[in-house]
Design a protein. Sequence first.
Length: 310
Amino acid sequence: MLVIRDLSQLPDSLRWPVVTLGMFDGVHQGHQKVIRETVRWARRQRGESVVLTFDRHPASVLGHKPPSHITSLAHRLALFEALGVDVCVVLQFTRRFARTSAEDFIKRIIADALGAKGVLWGFDCAFGRNREGDIGLLRRFGEELGFTVRRCASVRLGRDTVSSTAIRKAIVSGELQKAERMLGRPVSVLGTVVRGAGRGHQLGFATANLDLHHEVHPPIGVYAARARIRGREFPAAVNIGRCPTFGRASALPITVEVHVLDFNEPIRGLDMEVQFIRRLRGERKFRSPAALIAQMHKDVAAVRRLAKKP
C-alpha cells in the first residue's frame, strides 16, 4: 500500500481512483464494509482504491474533547493494507484545514488532487467546515465534475449499529466479546517495547513493557492474549495495572506488561500488537513475591490452554 502524506506526492499514474474518506478509528465491521466495497469497485474498473484519512481526530484540533483512539494511525494503516487498499492519503488536520469549505474540499482534493472517478460514502461520514458536506452535495458536484457517488449502508448487530463510540465503551468496560463482534477481530493494542522496572525478569517471567500508541485498552487485570512480533504470533500473559505487590497502587501509573511465552529475543524498541483472548482475573496485591510467582505459573498454564483453542 502506498502511503501519501502530502497531496503533491500523489502519482500521476492513477487510472480510475475510487475514494472513500473518514477517520476509520477502530477499522470496525462498518468501516471494513466500506473499505472492501471501495476495493471491489476499484478492481472491477481496473483502477485504484484510495482511503483518505487524517493524522489526528478533528476534535483534538477544534478545541472539543477528542475521543480516545481505538487504533493509532500506524495501526489503522496496517489494517487498511490488510484489507487490500492500494493508496492511503493521510491529511494533516490543522485549524487552517478545518476552515476548508465542503465545496472546496470536493473540488480541490477529491476531484483535482485525487482525480476521483468514484466515491464511496460511509453512512456516518461528514466533511468540510462545520461538517457541512453531505452525500447530496457530493452527488451534485459529482455530476458536474465527472465522478460517481455510491452510498454504503451501516452494519448492525441485532438492534445496535456498529460504531467506534460503542466499541470504545465496550472495551473500557471489559466487554471484550461485544467489542470483538463489532470490530470483526480480537480487541488489540499496539505499542512500542520500552524499558521497564525489570521485576518480571527477577521473578522468572520476563515482560515486555508497552508504550501504547493509543489510549483505549481493557480494564485493569490479567489477560490471556496473543502477541504479534515481527510478523510472528506467540501466546502471552498480559498484566494491565499498577503492580500493587511492589508499591502503593494509588501512587503508581497503569502499565501494560506482556510476558511472551516461548520467546527469548531482544525486542526493545520494536512495535508489538497484543490481541486479547480472555480476562483471567483481576489484579491484586500478593502477600509476597513467592505468592505472586505461584499465581503467575497458574496464569501461564491458563494462557497455554486458551491459546490452543481456535
